[in-house]
Design a protein around this ligand. Structure first.
Ligand SMILES: [Ca+2]
Length: 194
């Protein structure tokens, strides 16, 4: 009898442990509406959300980053970027490029969403270990959503991390440079762990 109850307690503890790691509470931070540099609602960040969940039923547990704008995003000449400093893998950026010349080597010629993470590659000549990863990327109304299966991330991010310095940018792009002009910025002091 004692052995059974010990097993039950152990199972319950493991269930809590796994539930905790699989269902981390999402983090959301907001930004004022109506504050984009050039007044366009399509360049106006209003909220950013981090989560680990299954995007589709029976799909893989995924890192999910969502950016809500005041209106649907631009289709040309814009970048939308959400970043955070991770524990173990440097900066994790979610980047949507509408497809400009300067980003073509990474993004190709069309609109595309990707992640750039600060680990997962051998150090290059400049010491960088940054790695570009394809995101599952969709635009649903005014919300941009990047996701990637946890198993597709470098091992430093697969089983959990803590994200700090959460911040996001909407940038007006022009074809000759990769930097662009800031249209809106958002940030928070809160941290997020999964
Ligand atoms: Ca805003």
């Amino acid at each position: 009898m004692r052995r059974i109850s010990t097993a039950v307690v152990l199972f319950a503890a493991l269930a809590v442990l796994f539930a905790g790691s699989a269902q981390a509470a999402p983090a959301t931070y907001a930004d004022d509406a109506g504050d984009s540099f050039d007044g366009r609602a399509s360049m106006d960040i209003v909220a950013v959300r981090y989560d680990v969940r299954r995007v589709v039923d029976a799909g893989p547990l995924s890192l999910v980053v969502e950016m809500e704008l005041a209106e649907p995003p631009e289709g040309v000449l814009a970048y939308y970027i959400a970043g955070a400093q991770s524990e173990g893998c440097g900066t994790v950026w979610a980047v949507y490029s509408t497809g400009t010349t300067a980003k073509a080597p990474v993004f190709g010629s069309g609109p595309r969403g990707k992640f750039n993470v600060g680990c997962g590659s051998p150090a290059g000549l400049d010491g960088s270990t940054g790695t570009w990863l394809d995101a599952e990327f969709v635009i649903e109304g005014s919300t941009l959503r990047w996701s990637i299966a946890l198993g597709a991330l470098p091992r430093e991010l697969r089983s959990g991390s803590t994200f700090r310095r959460l911040r996001a940018f909407a940038r007006i792009a022009e074809s000759a440079t990769s930097i662009g002009y800031p249209a809106d910025e958002a940030s928070t002091d809160q941290t997020w762990s999964y």
